[in-house]
Design a protein around this ligand. Structure first.
Ligand SMILES: [Fe+2]
Length: 440
């Protein structure tokens, strides 16, 4: 007692201390009165004890209010996270949003998610918020290293108040990112039977440390991140199955004709290389891939006698051939999930100058996927053998594409395609596709 008085520079002469008990007889606080001039009397204690229930209930109310505030904080964070869950399909965007909420609700400096790469035996950042977020994302964590590595292996939450005192802490991430980690909550991201990654929140702002409440809230947030990762994984598996099925069907259709064999596969590869060069988003590239795979599906209904005719086609026969983009779109229109790829199928024979078919659409009115497929389709048609002629050399086909810029083709797309040939890596991919046509 004397020490407290010294510290606050206050001299205590006399003291009256009364325990405040709740209804269930637990002491919830001690009430102290100091320095009554003529000293405390028994009646003072009696007098105060009358107010005891009022004081106790006030304290209880305040603490309940505080508890409720925490509950509300937790609940609103969860509502915000679950709203985000339904807002976008892109996993990275979603995880970034979720971790942003985690960082703000816990009043922390940064938050991040590591994913486990089982093959390479390392952890890598899928998202990192905070000032050094971008720098951090290039860093990999060797298997079992660091607090995150420990959490990934043990599957248990860890709270470290001072990382300098924890042997598990892996200094190198801080060295590379120039972020000074002080405290960490690290939570495993689990699905039913697997650990997918680790969510971390770093450095509580201000004087406070992370509380048990914070840990609980962050565990709930990590659970949501896990759900998002699991859903995205399921979606990806289904989508791969979907695309694989389309590839197999298209391959089976093409197999009977040695001239068109592999055509759609090659057109798809060329289209995706162009799409990459144009900086299309993942969603746009997916749409482009499926449209390209199915661009000639309308040829199913065209008799082989016309499709494989070695000589010149009559006008009537040519009209039948020209019906394939529309037919293709019609066939696919019965499948709900195909609605966003119909454009690419229907308009891949439109020309930039409006002289194409089926609707004579012009310039920008032709959907982008159809314009890309148009260039890829023409290049493959020119460089491969037909019943009535040999395939052209690559350089000649490139020259013809350039010659037809802004007439048959969107000039910008031709430029992007031609540019691919000057990149060493991409040239290799192109040569492999061209070669695959010769090997068939
Ligand atoms: Fe076609």
């Amino acid at each position: 007692m004397r020490r407290i008085a010294e510290e606050i520079d206050y001299e205590t002469k006399n003291i009256m201390a009364i325990p405040l008990k709740s209804r269930d007889k637990n002491i919830v606080a001690i009430l102290e009165f100091l320095n009554k001039e003529d000293g405390f009397q028994e009646e003072n204690i009696h007098y105060l004890s009358i107010f005891n229930p009022i004081i106790v209930s006030t304290i209880e109310n305040i603490s309940m209010h505080y508890q409720r505030e925490k509950e509300i904080k937790k609940l609103s964070a969860m509502v915000e996270v679950s709203q985000k869950l339904g807002s976008t399909l892109n996993l990275n965007t979603l995880l970034k949003l979720i971790m942003g909420i985690g960082k703000d609700v816990l009043n922390a400096e940064a938050s991040s998610i590591f994913q486990i790469d089982e093959e390479k035996k390392e952890l890598y950042f899928v998202t990192a918020t905070g000032k050094k977020g971008k720098k951090v994302k290039t860093i990999k964590l060797p298997w079992g290293k660091g607090i995150a590595g420990w959490v990934a292996q043990k599957g248990k939450t860890v709270y470290v108040e001072d990382v300098e005192k924890d042997k598990r802490f892996y200094q190198k991430v801080d060295e590379k990112s120039q972020f000074k980690t002080k405290s960490i909550i690290a939570v495993p991201i689990k699905t039913k039977n697997k650990i997918l990654g680790v969510a971390e929140v770093l450095n509580k702002k201000g004087e406070e440390s992370f509380s048990n409440e914070d840990i609980e809230i962050f565990e709930a947030i990590a659970k949501q991140a896990g759900l998002a990762m699991e859903n995205a994984g399921l979606y990806q598996d289904l989508d791969e199955l979907f695309r694989g099925t389309i590839r197999a069907i298209v391959k089976a259709i093409e197999a009977k004709d040695k001239y068109t064999r592999g055509h759609t596969e090659r057109v798809t590869e060329y289209s995706l290389l162009i799409g990459d060069e144009m900086g299309l988003s993942d969603e746009e590239k997916r749409k482009l891939e499926i449209s390209a795979l199915l661009h000639d599906v309308g040829k199913i209904g065209i008799p082989d006698a016309i499709l494989g005719k070695p000589g010149k086609l009559t006008d009537k026969e040519y009209d039948v051939i020209k019906s394939h983009p529309k037919r293709g779109a019609e066939i696919m229109s019965s499948i709900k999930q195909m609605s966003d790829v119909l454009d690419g199928i229907k308009y891949h024979h439109e020309r930039y100058d409006g002289k194409g078919y089926p609707e004579k659409l012009k310039d920008g009115k032709i959907p982008l996927t159809a314009r890309i497929i148009g260039v890829a389709d023409a290049f493959d048609a020119m460089t491969t053998d037909r019943p009535y002629r040999k395939g052209l050399p690559t350089e000649e086909a490139k020259r013809r594409l350039i010659e037809n810029k802004w007439a048959q083709f969107d000039g910008e797309i031709v430029d992007k395609f031609i540019k691919l040939f000057s990149d060493k890596e991409k040239l290799k991919s192109l040569q492999n596709i061209i070669k695959s046509a010769k090997d068939k």
